[in-house]
Design a protein around this ligand. Structure first.
Ligand code: PEP
Ligand code: MN
Length: 337
């Protein structure tokens, strides 16, 4: 961190600032230039509140030269993290497709879709049992029963299961789940993040909040990792902008940007990003070409009758077609140099 001092800062103000830094175990190195005086800060600056320093009387501006996240930072962990999802590996050149319905609805639906997505090449099965819905009157998911149906579908197909955890008191019910999803709406539920960090080592699929910056996404990953769970995967699912033509707006540049900033795998969700089944395939192809480590795609056997997110759900036939196109693109995918 570098502090640029005001031109009219007097000696006593600068001394006070140096003492303030020293009291926080930061060693200040003052460098007086012809036009500006700077203080280079050496020490653990992650705990320093930049906004607060900016308000101090001698300070003109503050620049962080190091990101505030450490565990998730590529600088301190140059190699890609590979997350083992009960067999299928994600990251470090390993690419997987997670597919299944938005919500678990019945045994017949879940097992049928699981068999279809497996036949098309998916290697993990998704399905929400606890659903975060905007309306309290909408279908809220089957809860514990939904988890049992997911386990049944895994028994039938061997596909590891990915499902969303909304409340930490439900964690004991997730003992037999392979990958825990933290949804967009909970990306900054810091107590939940801390607990999935401390209480489990299961892989966590962390979805970007709909108005979160990439730095905020990485800070949320940091919460989980700093609490003891290194198995985090970042998921871009689109953010809210002024655009209304699609459900959310997605910038695929997040893939190379996140891979430069972090060693964690990056998964793209073309279903929630677009809100439209017809747009899932082109986005899935683009994300694959741009080097995503995986995709999470909503598939339903009867989208018009789905209890949640039917408009963005591919049919098993559409999904099988998309999988063929992805397989053709994958050998040419961008790789971080
Ligand atoms: C989901 O995956 O079904 C879901 C609710 O996603 P998000 O948290 O990205 O909205
Ligand atoms: Mn959904």
């Amino acid at each position: 961190m570098i502090i640029i001092l005001k031109k009219d800062a007097d000696k006593s103000q600068v001394e006070n600032l140096k003492n303030w830094l020293a009291a926080r175990n930061i060693t200040p190195h003052v460098s007086e230039g012809a036009h500006e005086t700077l203080i280079g800060c050496v020490g653990d600056v992650a705990k320093i509140d930049v906004g607060l320093v900016q308000q101090l009387s001698a300070v003109e501006s503050v620049q962080r030269i190091q990101e505030p996240y450490k565990a998730a930072n590529r600088k301190f962990h140059p190699d890609d993290t590979v997350v083992d999802c009960s067999g299928p590996k994600i990251g470090g050149g390993n690419f997987q497709v997670i597919a299944g319905p938005c919500s678990v609805e019945s045994e017949e639906q879940m097992v049928g879709i699981a068999k279809a997505v497996k036949a098309a090449g998916a290697t993990l099965l998704r399905g929400g049992a606890f659903k975060p819905r905007t309306s309290p009157y909408a279908f809220q998911g089957l809860g514990k029963k939904g988890l049992e149906l997911l386990i049944e579908a895994r028994k039938e197909t061997g596909l590891p299961i990915v499902t969303e955890l909304m409340a930490i008191e439900h964690l004991p019910l997730f003992n037999d789940v392979d990958v825990i999803q933290i949804g967009a709406r909970n990306m900054q539920n810091f107590d939940l993040l801390r607990e999935v960090g401390a209480q489990t080592k299961k892989p966590i699929l962390l979805k970007r909040g709909m108005s979160a910056t990439l730095q905020e996404l990485l800070m949320s990953a940091e919460y989980i990792m700093a609490s003891g769970n290194p198995n985090v995967m970042l998921c871009e699912r689109g953010i809210r902008t002024f655009e209304t033509a699609t459900r959310n707006t997605i910038d695929l540049t997040v893939i190379p940007v996140l891979k430069r900033l972090s060693h964690l795998p990056v998964i793209i969700d073309p279903s929630h990003s677009t809100g439209s089944a017809k747009l899932v395939e082109p986005l899935a192809m683009g994300a694959t070409a741009m080097g995503a480590d995986g995709l999470i795609i909503e598939v339903h056997n009867n989208p018009p009758c789905a209890l949640c997110d039917g408009a963005q759900s591919q049919t098993p036939e559409m999904f099988a077609e998309t999988m063929k196109k992805i397989a053709n693109i994958r050998p040419y995918a961008w790789e971080r140099s």
